[in-house]
Ligand binder design. Structure first.
Ligand code: HEC
Ligand code: HEC
Length: 381
């Protein structure tokens, strides 16, 4: 879900270690923005030219899936896709590795279906662990398993009693002042900066009018990425195309916006349960597993002491594995009686840009936002 990943959809930086890193841009036809609507979630085979095994996968999952396969093997897109005249021909089956990858996808799908009752337990990473050729033998000498030590590590540790999820949400609401703010906050305008692990930096701007209207614009040297939700219509703009935001992508986008993931947090989930304690840096946290209205499950990490939300992990189940996305919230500051995070770091399965950090320099509540900001994005030039 980060904007840099979106711009990487069609840019491959090849040979980053060689003297000249070359940019390859693959121009492919995008969907017509005029037809953008929430009703139809496009499948990969409806958009792409040469899909033989991923049929039925939502188009929105194609690039995350490709990045997941790349990261699982420690390779970039050109390992499987052929590059011609500085363009990547994604549809071509010229490379043997792409054909092998198809068999691997089929094997992974079959293993999950037949052995794991349809649950996405096996993924490319299960075997590959970041390498092209998986190890299938333990190295010799094998690690010496000390019988006495093995026994002690198995001794059960006492599990502390965990507070119920509702109590955790309530404490969080009090901690950030959400209850006091309820009904009083109608809009929010945010400005700041973005720094990507890939090295690019830029400006960040977002606005939200409750209910139903949000926009987010990120401008880097790579171009403009934007997302707009206007009630039942939504779009995403990358430097190369504009397409509708579909299915799970919609809630995913809404949850990246300042008011949804904070004062509106509880309302994003229909079910929640405290599952364990975990540590983030030096902070103890309660982990709440929460189910969204659209069925997606997320893990929320609340600081056990000050009750603030420190992390949100969102998993997307795909046929080749579970794709994780992690958002960290830091530097909470009080704005108009509400405490909001001002540093937000998103980590995605994207070897070309593993993290993207937003610093919110200005957050204004209840300011008017020009309605034109919620109009469908317009292509550059
Ligand atoms: C391990 C091999 C592998 C890697 C790495 C890989 N792909 Fe793919 N890609 C495939 C296979 C296999 C298909 C076809 C899937 C099918 O037939 O259902 C495909 C299909 C595609 C398609 C659809 C092409 C069409 O028109 O049918 C696009 C677009 C694509 N990949 C983009 C990428 C991008 C971007 C990356 C890098 C982030 C990438 N791929 C990395 C194996 C790979
Ligand atoms: C059950 C284990 C397992 C899983 C799961 C698995 N692979 Fe593999 N894969 C292998 C093994 C083993 C090899 C090496 C075969 C060989 O050397 O002949 C391999 C080889 C490959 C190769 C060829 C590499 C080369 O030598 O160029 C590609 C590409 C590949 N896998 C992609 C994938 C993708 C993509 C996925 C997930 C959809 C995946 N694999 C899932 C075990 C696995």
């Amino acid at each position: 879900m980060d904007e840099e990943a979106l711009s990487n959809l069609r840019i491959l930086v090849l040979g980053a270690s060689s003297a000249a890193a070359i940019l390859f841009v693959a121009a492919r036809p995008g969907a017509s923005p005029a037809k953008a609507s929430l009703s139809a979630e496009r499948k990969v085979e409806q958009v792409e030219k040469n899909i033989k095994v991923l049929n039925g996968t939502p188009q929105a999952q194609l690039f995350p899936t490709m990045r997941f396969m790349s990261a699982s093997l420690g390779i970039s897109c050109d390992y499987c896709h052929v590059v011609k005249d500085s363009n990547v021909d994604f549809a071509s089956d010229e490379k043997e590795s792409k054909r092998v990858a198809r068999d691997m996808i089929k094997m992974t799908m079959l293993a999950n279906k037949t052995t794991f009752a349809g649950k996405p337990e096996i993924s490319c990473f299960t075997c590959h662990q970041g390498q092209v050729t998986p190890k299938n033998l333990p190295g010799l000498p094998v690690p010496h398993l000390d019988a006495a030590r093995a026994a002690t590590t198995l001794s059960p540790s006492p599990t502390p009693a965990l507070p119920p999820a509702d109590a955790i949400f309530n404490k969080y609401s009090v901690a950030i002042g959400a209850d006091a703010a309820a009904g009083k906050i109608h809009s929010c305008a945010v400005r700041g900066s973005v720094a990507n692990a890939s090295g690019s930096t830029g400006t960040y701007e977002a606005g939200q009018v409750i209910p139903g209207k949000v926009y987010e614009t990120i401008i880097t040297s790579r171009g403009t990425n934007a997302r707009v939700i206007n009630h039942n219509r939504a779009w995403e703009k990358t430097p190369y195309e504009i397409h509708p935001l579909e299915g799970l992508q919609l809630k995913d986008t809404s949850l990246t916006l300042p008011l949804s993931a904070t004062i509106g947090l509880r309302g994003e989930y229909v079910k929640a349960e405290t599952t364990k304690m975990d540590q983030i840096n030096d902070r103890q946290t309660y982990v709440v597993t929460a189910t969204r209205g659209d069925g997606k499950r997320e893990r929320l990490y609340f600081d056990a002491e000050n009750s603030l939300l420190l992390r949100r992990v969102s998993n997307t189940n795909t046929v080749i594995g579970v794709i994780q996305e992690e958002t960290d919230y830091e530097d909470y500051r009080e704005i108009g009686g509400v405490k909001l995070p001002t540093t937000i770091r998103v980590a995605t399965v994207d070897s070309l840009n593993p993290t993207s950090t937003r610093k919110l320099e200005s957050i204004e509540l209840n300011v008017p936002i020009d309605d034109a900001k919620f109009a469908p994005p317009i292509a550059d030039k």
